[in-house]
Design a protein around this ligand. Structure first.
Ligand code: BG6
Length: 490
């Protein structure tokens, strides 16, 4: 009963949530650079200029900016990602601390706009390429294998405006050129790549809070996904040609749905929500073709997609080598009226009386992780990695100057045990990277106070603080977990 010998223990981050330096060394603007801070009661906003006036609109995935708007920075607003935790200038110190914990892998993403500032520039930005080379070399110094997400929620602003958030085939070529540049540049330094972070959220968010998306929104989401599937598949093919040792994964937002009642209508609703939210993307990326239920999903919303024969061929030839996903919580669906509703992450539904919820309304459900792993391994039969898992919580500095985050340790311990059960049931799980191994800016709310890290970073929701790093209790706990290859969880 144990984790495999070369199990990849580590932590995960995303460029826009840690790097800062948003306009340094030739970097262009990403969509996240025009995103303000928010909190549980107020959504993050996108700021833009239209008719020469500065305006803002709630940042809803897939919704983008109004027609004719040009993303812009408003000097009167606070943008948490502009400095974030300034990993750009602290990467050596941070990677050293990851090494102290014994990390075998470090998941990070590349900011597309550091490499191609506008997304479609003729030549890559040398300073951007050099930065990630330095980061990867630093990882290698400590035998930490980088796990690189090519696109983590930060399209170049210019491309997003030009192609209306992936509504044009032109995006495919831009992405493939960007990905191919990385595969060539970092050959020998990186082995594991993920094409798109949580690709399925494009459709998932349409059902949040009981509000069903319009036909137009579904058309947008499914077309965007199709172009991303093709971009991903063509990149997988290119990667394997450049280096047959490359291992490329997809990345799915793994929210487990349960039916609230045994009413067959609830069971069917639950099954269909798995199909739409989880299987749809996984099937295309792992099996190389659209599942039979896709036609029903499209027909439900009068969706008509631009799909060519070449696309179909590429999907088949560009299947991913591993299935990776984030896992934080489960969700309950029902056709019945419920009093107790709860929403968090990319899901909303009935409150589950058997589970505890975080301050942000996310259910803690380690059994859901075991369920997800076993279900997906059975479906795809390829190696799997849990590339995000963790508890967002407010941390207080105690009188002794330390952070005693037992709640985080409890959460992670339960999920590691769940992974172990899945491994014992035969799942080929090769790695685990906890989310936000160092405190970072929350993607959903833009807060710093929603902390996930083993390492505390002194920065608050208004951008105040020294940016100093400090290990929390969980830092020393995770070190033991890795040292014992998952045996010592106390
Ligand atoms: C995942 C994203 O959805 O959840 C991360 O891939 C994100 O980017 C993480 O940070 C946690 O969500 P949040 O909203 O708490 O930052």
């Amino acid at each position: 009963m144990s984790f495999p010998k070369n199990f990849l223990w580590g932590g995960a981050t995303a460029a826009n949530q840690i790097e800062g330096a948003y306009d340094v060394d030739g970097k262009g603007l990403s969509v996240t650079d025009i995103m303000t801070a928010g909190n549980l009661d107020h959504p993050r906003m996108l700021t833009y200029k239209l008719d020469d006036k500065m305006q803002k609109t709630p940042s809803v995935p897939g919704a983008g900016l109004p027609k004719g708007a040009v993303g812009a920075i408003d000097p009167n607003e606070y943008y948490p990602n502009h400095v974030a935790i300034d990993f750009y200038h602290h990467y050596k110190e941070d990677i050293k601390m990851f090494a102290e914990m014994g990390f075998k892998t470090f998941r990070l993403s590349i900011a597309w706009t550091r490499i191609f500032p506008n997304g479609d520039d003729k030549k890559p930005n040398q300073k951007g390429l050099d930065f990630y080379r330095r980061v990867f070399e630093e990882c290698k110094k400590y035998d930490i294998e980088p796990l690189v997400t090519i696109s983590h929620y930060e399209d170049p602003l210019h491309l997003s405006e030009k192609y209306n958030d992936w509504q044009d085939r032109g995006m495919i070529d831009c992405y493939v050129r960007y990905a191919t540049t990385l595969f060539k540049e970092y050959k020998g330094l990186v082995k594991y790549w993920l094409t798109f972070n949580e690709i399925n959220t494009a459709v998932m968010f349409l059902d949040m809070f009981g509000s069903n998306g319009t036909d137009e929104e579904y058309q947008h989401a499914y077309q965007k996904l199709h172009y991303q599937f093709v971009a991903s598949a063509r990149s997988v093919k290119a990667a394997h040609e450049i280096d047959p040792n490359y291992v490329i994964g997809n990345m799915i937002c793994g929210i487990v749905d349960y039916p609230l009642t045994p009413d067959p209508k609830d069971i069917l609703l639950n099954f269909h929500s798995w199909e739409k939210n989880i299987f749809y993307c996984g099937d295309v990326q792992c099996k190389g073709k659209y599942p039979t239920f896709a036609k029903r999903l499209w027909d439900e919303h009068n969706v008509h997609l631009d799909i060519t024969d070449q696309d179909k061929q590429d999907l088949l030839e560009g299947k991913v080598d591993m299935y990776t996903f984030s896992y934080y919580m489960s969700n309950v669906v029902t056709i019945h009226e419920v009093k107790d509703k709860v929403g968090g992450n990319f899901a909303a539904g009935a409150k589950n009386p058997y589970l505890k919820y975080s301050e942000w309304g996310w259910a803690t459900d380690p059994d859901g992780l075991q369920y997800y792993l076993e279900l997906m391994y059975d479906r795809y039969d390829i190696p799997m990695m849990v590339v995000e898992n963790g508890l967002g919580a407010v941390d207080e500095i105690s009188e002794d100057g330390k952070i005693h985050d037992d709640y985080r340790i409890d959460y992670l311990r339960m999920h590691i045990k769940a992974m172990e059960r899945a491994i014992n049931d035969g799942v080929d799980l090769i790695g685990y990277t906890t989310w936000g191994c160092i405190d970072l800016v929350s993607a959903g709310t833009g807060q710093m106070s929603k902390r996930y890290g083993f390492i505390y970073v002194d920065r608050d929701d208004n951008g105040k603080g020294t940016l100093e790093r400090m290990p929390k209790d969980s830092f020393y706990w995770y070190k033991k977990v890795i040292e014992s290859n998952g045996k010592d969880l106390d």
